[in-house]
Write a protein that binds this ligand. Sequence first.
Ligand SMILES: [Zn+2]
Length: 132
Amino acid sequence: MSDTNSNEKAPINWTPTTMFVITNLVAVTAVPWYGLTHGYSLSAVIAFVLLTWLTELAITAGYHRLWSHNAYKAHWALRLFYALFGAMALQNTVLHWSSGHRVHHRHVDDVDLDPYSAKRGLWFSHMGWMIR
Ligand SMILES: [Zn+2]
């Protein structure tokens, strides 16, 4: 335990909070409306699936295994691919993500020291840490 009072809440970080609010409002309103009024082309569906898969790959294999855990070495072109598609996943920069993840592993589930501690609740461990 540290001297930090875990009941104190950090101030809201308005940049990611605004981004999450806007993108989620668009996702639950404009995206279904567009699909109902215009439909989605096959190429749009394929692009959605492909980009979802590539961004997940960049976070898992790049941000997590390559940069956070140094699990392997990668050619500069693969690192560039991971950095670009990881940024497209809107999970912050490689440096910020990897730094936070290393701190998380060092202090897993410590309420004060783990930046994503599950002991601070389901909401906090998945979303709350990004907006505070
Ligand atoms: Zn990890």
